[in-house]
Design a protein around this ligand. Structure first.
Ligand code: PLP
Length: 469
């Protein structure tokens, strides 16, 4: 495959862009320790590939940020968005006006979501979708005459976003540092991390422990004060943690026993990453009370979040109230261009066999990546379909980690980048979440490059005395 726009790179002044970015752009999770190096400027794209400003091609093993599900530069996506922008770029979603793509998308989501989740609140991304879940659950309990039922249980190693409220749910230790968090109503329990489960325990025993911990936490807080339990079907940024079999179903049963709502954060797992529109019911056999989604909803072509609520919740929150209106929403809730992108992306996932591709190529991706386990640095390869992770360790027996200075995830990602592959470093981990159109040949390229890059990294670490081998 050639460059998408053969001569277009000449129009970029790569040095100038690099400098402007370095001087003025504060990035999410900025890499200040690498400030001198600055950022790689990505300029063009095509299918599963992106190109930097100098025209070098990379297979995008991370789909931007878990989101470009239908692949880059899809002409139908571009057309759908352009058509909508030309017709009506924006109109207020507040109170009593709507737009055609907003109405169509809400109905489409209700159609493809699990059974009773028929009501949709639009926001601008995953964080605001999760904030929306909490705010409306609080409102629901208030309207049921239970204003004290506001506490939330989330998981260690969870990632639910970066707004004040959503980051307060996060369980990643590194993110819980120098800021203020909403701690008075948020509680955390253990992550369902099989790789680091108590030595000698079976998956069943581990699952029993986790479920007992959830129930104990509800009882400790008091069921009358617990509003909801938040969980990603597979924890994403926390390290692609796949819970033991039956975990979600049993967690939901415990929640419902105590009148606690179950919120499934499908910001990453939604829209095909595991081969289905939603993973909750089709993969994990649960019908949550609330699902939040974003990212793959529009395949990353435009920002959009959506929170899906059960009819039961809607029936309570929709009772008119003069004293306590449902005061929540955003200027760009249900933005028409974003909704048009989402409608087209959802259509393509089915029409072009993209969901099927994940179900077909996903197990091959898992199997090929698992071959990397023969490398001394690779402690675990885990995940499902197009949501995978490599855990690098200093010692495979003890699972001990390398030092912070070794910066192993970043080193491997840098080696991959040199060889034309994007993977995501998160501490000692490397995460893979490619566009859902990935082919078997591209899987092979990905795994070959990873192998070379891990070997090169191991050699470097040994040479520098940062790893004993
Ligand atoms: C599971 C999950 N929830 C929520 C979010 C936050 O989404 P956003 O960055 O769109 O606000 C993310 C982002 O990575 C995520 O992985």
């Amino acid at each position: 495959m050639g460059r998408p726009h053969a001569n277009s790179f000449e129009r970029y002044d790569s040095r100038d862009l690099w400098q402007k970015d370095k001087d003025h752009y504060i990035h999410p999770w900025p890499a200040f320790e690498e400030a001198e190096k600055g950022c790689l400027v990505i300029a063009e794209s095509d299918g599963a590939y992106v190109y930097d400003v100098d025209g070098k091609r990379y297979l995008d093993g991370i789909a931007g940020m878990w989101c470009v599900n239908v692949g880059y530069a899809n002409e139908e996506m571009v057309q759908a968005m352009a058509d909508q922008a030309r017709r009506l770029a924006y109109y207020s979603p507040f109170s009593d006006t709507t737009t055609a793509p907003g109405a169509e998308l809400a109905a489409k989501l209700a159609e493809i979501a699990p059974e009773t989740l028929n009501r949709v609140f639009f926001s601008t991304g995953g964080s605001t979708a999760n904030d929306t879940a909490i705010r409306i659950i609080h409102y629901y309990n208030h309207r049921r005459g239970r204003p004290e039922k506001k506490h939330i249980i989330s998981l260690e190693d969870a990632y639910h976003g970066s707004t004040f409220l959503s980051i307060s749910l996060d369980g990643k230790a590194d993110d819980r540092s120098a800021f203020h968090y909403v701690d008075d109503i948020v509680h955390r329990i253990s992550a369902p991390n099989r790789y680091r489960r108590p030595a000698g325990s079976t998956l069943e025993e581990f699952c029993d422990l986790l479920i007992a911990e959830l129930e104990a936490k509800i009882l400790e807080i008091g069921p009358e004060r617990v509003a909801c339990f938040f969980a990603e079907p597979i924890l994403g940024a926390g390290g692609v943690i796949v819970p033991p079999p039956g975990y979600h179903r049993r967690a939901l049963e415990v929640c419902h026993r105590y009148d606690v709502l179950y919120v499934s954060d499908e910001v990453v797992t939604g829209f095909g990453r595991l081969g289905h529109y939603f993973a909750s019911q089709d993969v994990f056999d649960v019908v949550p009370d609330v699902i939040s989604c974003a990212k793959g909803l529009t395949s990353g072509y435009a920002p959009l979040g959506a929170t899906l609520f059960s009819d039961e919740i809607f029936d309570v929150v929709s009772i008119p109230s003069k004293n306590a209106p449902l005061s929540h929403g955003f200027t760009y809730s249900g933005h028409p261009v974003s909704c048009a992108a989402a409608l087209k992306s959802i259509e393509l996932l089915a029409r072009d066999g993209i969901l099927e591709n994940v179900r077909e190529v996903g197990p091959y991706f898992e199997k090929q990546l698992a071959n990397l386990l023969d490398l001394p640095l690779v402690g675990d390869v885990r995940g499902s379909h197009f949501m995978m992770c490599i855990e690098n360790v200093a010692n495979k027996q003890t699972k001990e980690l390398l030092s912070y200075e070794a910066n192993v995830g970043q080193r491997i990602a840098d080696e991959c980048e040199k060889r034309g592959l994007m993977v995501r470093p998160v501490g000692h981990l490397n995460i893979l979440s490619p566009p859902l159109i990935l082919t078997r040949d591209q899987v092979d390229f990905c795994v070959d490059v990873l192998r070379e890059s891990i070997v090169a990294t191991s050699d470097g670490l040994l040479r520098e005395g940062l790893w004993q081998g």
